[in-house]
Design a protein around this ligand. Structure first.
Ligand SMILES: Cc1cc2nc3c(=O)[nH]c(=O)nc-3n(C[C@H](O)[C@H](O)[C@H](O)COP(=O)(O)OP(=O)(O)OC[C@H]3O[C@@H](n4cnc5c(N)ncnc54)[C@H](O)[C@@H]3O)c2cc1C
Length: 378
């Protein structure tokens, strides 16, 4: 079968690798000339790290990740911790795979090197695909001035997927009301009150902040999510934040480094597969980052779709099974991300109840609520 994958982000690279390991030959088309991720981090929960470990990437990843031993949740108005959830050995034992924090550039670099080692993957960089046309027997499209034929076109081309636009006529992403401000800094530039060893979530009225170490603990990744404002601004506002947070966020170390990322989503209920085209990752279901699962779902999609393609049956049957098995899980994750946003940003009046509940519940009990998500094997 001739397979063309469009997009070499986390989802496309993982899919190409998974499929090549199952004995398939494929072409991978990426619009960018060189693959360079912005200087930001990504949290890889056990459901995602399990897939990367199965692809044999554990040794290389272990050289650049941080495996935190806990996740802290705190009140960002007073800078007091409300809950500490176990990760580290506890998570590895419970879920059979680790919870990792990684620089996106490191993850992409490791995936790309593994892809380049596979002779069955023909990687085309600087090869944007603008449209495809479907005939009875194949799909054709143009890339780098050449006409290509495939039996299956796989859209791993992210939020603004051209494959999705064609598969579901004109389906555009929906803008969210929120923006994510992102920055990554040298760990030596962080203030003493900030725990640089683990993931910490600070919740405030209308906003929340997550920070965690990346690159073996050499850098700190910070994400602040708040409502979008009409007027331009150079960084997050975070009204009523504790003075320590407000001072640090306005400090020289962070000022002018904040990158705004207006959040957008793609309705996961739209079609993901039709005839000879199929979607995975953000192309199918870009979601809010408030469950830290967008990349993980793309990695899971890659494992499930490659297994379906390598299995028995007709191509339409395989694509239908992929869509049928993945959609309910992705929908559940999307609604978890939406409700997390509500919980993390509660107004002060009701936040007291949330904070009391967090203080009362043991961290292990809180973490067990993620069992359905983290113990999944794609
Ligand atoms: C603030 C923030 C924090 C996040 N944190 C986490 C987290 O902690 N954990 C987690 O799991 N997820 C997280 N996510 C989500 C995660 O970043 C995304 O879900 C993931 O990167 C999507 O990967 P992808 O490969 O599907 O798409 P993309 O990364 O968008 O890759 C698509 C690729 O396709 C290429 N492309 C696009 N169009 C074409 C074309 N026409 N022809 C050829 N190539 C094309 C692009 O150049 C790109 O390389 C976060 C997201 C945000 C915004």
């Amino acid at each position: 079968m001739r397979i063309a994958v469009i997009g070499a982000g986390i989802s496309g690279l993982t899919f190409a690798l998974s499929l090549a390991r199952k004995g398939f030959e494929l072409d991978l088309f990426e619009r960018a000339e060189t693959l360079e991720e912005v200087g930001a981090g990504i949290q890889l929960s056990p459901n995602a790290s399990r897939v990367l470990l199965a692809l044999g990437l554990g040794e290389e990843l272990s050289k650049c990740i941080v495996a935190p031993d806990k996740l802290q949740i705190g009140n960002g108005q007073r800078l007091n911790l409300l809950a500490t959830l176990p990760l580290g050995d506890w998570a590895r034992a419970r879920y059979g795979a680790p919870y990792w924090l990684v620089h996106r550039a490191d993850l992409q670099d490791i995936l790309l090197k593994a892809v380049r080692r596979e002779t069955a993957i023909h990687l085309h960089l600087g090869a944007g695909v603008d449209a495809f046309s479907e005939q009875d027997r194949d799909v054709t499209f143009q890339a780098v001035g050449e006409k290509h034929h495939a039996d299956l076109i796989v859209g791993a081309d992210g939020l603004r997927s051209v494959v999705r636009r064609q598969l579901v006529s004109g389906a555009e992403p929906s803008p969210s009301t929120h923006v994510a401000w992102r920055v990554s800094i040298d760990i030596s530039a962080t203030p003493g009150w900030l725990d640089t060893s683990c993931t910490t979530l600070w919740m405030g009225p209308g906003w929340h902040v997550v920070h965690y170490p990346i690159r073996r603990g050499e850098r700190l990744n910070i994400v602040a999510i708040e409502p979008q404002r009409a007027t331009g601004s150079a960084g997050p506002k975070l009204p009523h934040a504790a003075p320590e947070i407000a001072t640090f966020f306005a400090s020289q170390a962070l000022r002018e480094k904040w990158l705004p990322w207006p959040l957008q989503t793609v309705d996961p209920n739209l079609a993901w597969a039709k005839n000879r085209a199929v979607l995975l990752g953000d192309a199918a279901h870009a979601m809010l980052p408030t469950a830290a699962q967008g990349g993980a779902m793309g990695i899971e999609d890659a494992a499930v779709l490659s297994a379906e393609i390598a299995g028995d049956g007709s191509l339409p049957g395989k694509l239908a099974r992929y869509e049928l098995t993945r959609k309910p899980r992705v929908r559940k994750v999307v609604s978890m991300a939406e409700s997390n946003l509500q919980i993390y940003t509660m107004p002060s009046l009701v936040a007291g109840l949330r904070n009391t509940a967090l203080l009362a519940l043991p961290g292990e009990v809180l973490m067990r609520r993620q069992d359905w998500l983290y113990s999944f094997t794609a």
